[in-house]
Design a protein around this ligand. Structure first.
Ligand SMILES: NC(=O)c1ccc[n+]([C@@H]2O[C@H](COP(=O)([O-])OP(=O)(O)OC[C@H]3O[C@@H](n4cnc5c(N)ncnc54)[C@H](O)[C@@H]3O)[C@@H](O)[C@H]2O)c1
Length: 187
């Protein structure tokens, strides 16, 4: 496999127990990274070679702060973050409940904030790091029944662009990926 310079680099992936996140964890491990990933519930976890699995909800800022501390204690300074955890609660707009709206905003947008905030200041201090946020084609083009989801994924692109401008002077890269539809539990 081609080297991407990730050998022994510590990378944290949220929602790494299944779907796209699990594929990211596997690839990072193949590339020689030291990987830690979060999962929401123990019951859905699948084996991930040597990666460290930590149960934590991205909507809980204190829990995500504890995750960052735990990863740095066990593996070393976090070099990379993949903010992947996300949910859908789709419905046509008139049927979209406040609960649907809040749950998707809390997980897909505030969850990214909760994931990045404990680590970004340390990346600035260390003058290195790389962040990848998982957005969606829905955030770029919109999608029927996904006003809440598309709003969060568009917001993640805005967050990424702004943070990338700010972080560049510290040698920290911030990017987003917008996948199209991929067959996972989500879809
Ligand atoms: N599958 C697709 O077609 C598609 C397309 C574009 C973008 N995406 C995005 O890719 C990412 C991964 O999606 P997927 O298709 O693998 O879905 P998935 O449902 O298989 O996996 C989602 C992951 O996020 C985790 N998660 C959800 N809520 C969480 C919370 N509150 N705290 C911690 N973890 C939580 C889940 O435990 C799971 O590991 C999501 O951000 C999704 O929006 C998916």
């Amino acid at each position: 496999m081609v080297s991407l310079g990730l050998e022994d680099k510590v990378v944290l992936v949220t929602g790494g127990n299944r779907g796209i996140g699990a594929a990211i964890v596997s690839l990072l491990e193949e590339l020689g990274a030291k990987v830690a990933y979060t999962h929401r519930s123990i019951s859905s976890i699948k084996g991930q070679h040597g990666a460290i699995a930590i149960q934590a909800d991205v909507t809980d800022k204190a829990a995500m702060t504890a995750v960052a501390e735990q990863v740095e204690q066990k593996l070393g300074s976090i070099y990379g973050i993949v903010a992947n955890a996300g949910i859908t609660q789709d419905n046509f707009f008139p049927k979209l409940t406040t609960e649907n709206w809040d749950a998707v905003i809390d997980t897909n947008l505030k969850g990214v904030y909760n994931t990045l905030m404990p680590v970004i200041p340390k990346m600035y201090e260390r003058k290195e790091g790389s962040v990848v946020c998982i957005s969606s084609i829905s955030g770029e083009r919109g999608n029927i029944g996904q006003t809440n989801y598309a709003a969060t994924k568009a917001a993640v692109i805005g967050l990424t662009k702004s943070l990338a401008l700010e972080a560049a002077r510290y040698g920290v890269r911030v990017n987003a990926v917008s996948p199209g539809f991929i067959e996972t539990d989500m879809v």
